[in-house]
Design a protein around this ligand. Structure first.
Ligand code: SAM
Ligand code: SF4
Ligand code: SF4
Length: 369
């Protein structure tokens, strides 16, 4: 029997416009005065990996019902929505998934999105997060289509451990080739994301730091998060970023660096010898909800205001129901103006509530990281 474990589809509703039409001004704020600046677009819910912390094989198996093609937003639909979000102030678009490079002809979408400019005429920062398995093959065409940069996920250099973590027998060498290809075509600076699970891959922290030090790629360590409900998350498996920094500093002295921007999720640390930098994303131990300017669009066109949301807003229903751009822009404005999400800040108190950890939440592979 096929199954889907993402209940949010059932909880999501088509937006109902309640006020007068709102013309985008490029300056939309939520209830906590946070502007809308980043849009993450999931272009597929499928993936060729089965990372244990994201799409465990026991859940995402041969009976798992991925979305049918007709449910996915088309490139035309994505572009139409992206244009509206950009008019509302979005400056950065990240394509994600699932594995975004599995979406057929993704370059056509990138070509369209790369033509968009902000209300002040600046080009968008157009990036993509990938597991890197298809990157060596695609780096050139992605760059030619107008992609600015890539972020590549890599959780270990040890090949046996990496294969165990992706649970699909992909080799480290494939991902390293992908990173090299991205650097060679100028999709730079490449960021490399490592999710750290205590007791699983924390032994790889120092080898990864050593490998990428001075390589031009910026390695970032992500605290293992309690996204979704399928990965069996447990606080004991979170290694705080402070420990990551301490472990690296034992081998390579580090000094804190200024953030590039207020909305930056990573805290930057530079090697004392000047030979590169690393970042830590402390989603669990140091919440950054106060500066969260991100909205997420799922593969089937639902707008999520937080990575930990349990319901989205069905923009596809508007698109396919004949709504005008003005209607959709107004719906997006009203949704963002009503946003109060700050899950990570509240996580500590959430945990204390009985049953809180069982709350139904969207899966990371459905809305992207
Ligand atoms: N498949 C692509 C990839 O792996 O880069 C893009 C989608 S993936 C959902 C985006 C990012 O989320 C990856 O860097 C992945 O490591 C991260 N991620 C997934 N589950 C996570 C979790 N439970 N905690 C922290 N990061 C997670
Ligand atoms: Fe796939 Fe990325 Fe999730 Fe791994 S983290 S299973 S590569 S979507
Ligand atoms: Fe943003 Fe939600 Fe993450 Fe807080 S928990 S930083 S609001 S996505």
């Amino acid at each position: 029997m096929s199954r889907r474990i993402i209940p949010v589809a059932d909880l999501s509703a088509a937006p109902v416009i309640s006020g007068p039409l709102q013309t985008p001004s490029g300056a939309l704020h939520d209830t906590l005065a946070r502007p809308l600046r980043d849009l993450r677009i999931s272009v597929t819910d499928r993936c060729n990996f089965r990372c244990v912390y994201c799409m465990p094989r026991a859940v995402f198996d041969k009976d798992y019902a991925f979305l049918p093609h007709s449910a996915l937003l088309s490139f035309e639909e994505i572009e139409r929505l992206a244009r509206i979000f950009v008019a509302h102030g979005v400056e950065k678009i990240r394509l994600t998934g699932g594995e975004p490079l599995l979406r057929k002809n993704l370059e056509f979408l990138i070509e369209r999105l790369s033509q968009l400019t902000t209300p002040t005429g600046r080009p968008l920062d157009l990036t993509l997060t990938t597991n890197g398995s298809l990157l060596a093959r695609k780096a050139r065409s992605l760059k030619d289509a107008g992609l600015s940069r890539v972020t590549v996920s890599l959780d270990a250099l040890d090949d046996t451990l990496f294969r165990r973590m992706n649970d699909a027998d992909f080799a480290v060498a494939d991902v390293l080739d992908g990173i090299a290809a991205a650097q060679a075509v100028g999709l730079a600076p490449v960021k490399v994301n490592m999710v750290v699970k205590r007791g699983t891959n924390d032994s790889e922290i120092v080898p990864m730091a050593r490998h990428f030090k001075g390589s031009g790629a910026v390695l970032r360590f992500i605290e293992y998060m309690d996204v979704g409900t399928s990965n069996g998350w447990n606080m004991a498996e979170v290694l705080p970023s402070a420990d990551v920094i301490a472990r690296i500093a034992e081998h390579f002295p580090l000094a804190p660096l200024e953030a590039h921007s207020a909305a930056e999720t990573a805290q930057r640390w530079g090697y004392a010898d000047g030979n590169g930098e690393i970042g830590v994303i402390s989603s669990v131990t140091r919440a950054f909800c106060g500066s969260c300017t991100r909205a997420r669009l799922s593969t089937e066109g639902k707008l999520y205001l937080c990575l930990f949301a349990s319901a989205g807003h069905d923009l596809r229903a508007l698109l396919r129901g004949g709504a005008s751009d003005a209607d959709i822009a107004t719906a997006v404005a009203e949704i963002w103006q009503g946003r109060a999400d700050r899950y990570s800040q509240l996580r500590g108190s959430n945990m204390a509530e009985p049953g809180a950890q069982d709350a139904r939440r969207v899966e990371m592979s459905y809305i992207g990281g």
